[in-house]
Design a protein around this ligand. Structure first.
Ligand code: CO
Length: 135
């Protein structure tokens, strides 16, 4: 049985730059770098306490997921980091030069406020930031 999500691996062209992004810009806990010589790979880990797998599928055969599936046939679409102050994080990241897909957050799954960082700001990975709203 599957008991959890151990990790998500993202291939990055510049490891130090990516470590800086995840540790400093996103504030994740950096647990160190390890070279896996058998795999000819250098790794860096950022453990997260709790996560979900989100399956995304076009609603009524239209929208961005439909375009993604037409182009790629499916695949890892985005990572979503939870924020406890979305507006502050967006302001902070914009000041650092990150580009977003929209000017302001919209409403996503679970009625969260959500916004997406443009993949070109994150080595080709689409990153969503969300913040649950009080009911
Ligand atoms: Co999502």
């Amino acid at each position: 049985m599957i008991t959890g999500l151990d990790h998500i691996a993202i291939a990055v062209p510049d490891l130090s730059k990516a470590i800086e992004r995840f540790a400093k810009d996103f504030g994740l806990d950096f647990k160190g770098q390890e070279d896996v010589t058998d795999a000819k790979t250098s790794t860096a880990f950022f453990p997260l306490s709790e996560t979900s797998i989100e399956l995304v599928h076009p609603l009524n055969g239209e929208g961005p997921i439909q375009k993604y599936i037409e182009k790629k046939g499916g695949g890892m679409h985005h990572l979503c980091f939870r924020s406890d102050d979305l507006d502050a994080d967006v302001t902070r990241l914009k000041a650092k030069g990150y580009e977003f897909l929209s000017e302001t957050p919209g409403i996503g799954a679970h009625n969260c406020r959500v916004i997406f960082i443009h993949p070109k700001s994150c080595d080709g990975v689409l990153i969503e930031l969300n913040q649950p709203q009080a009911h």
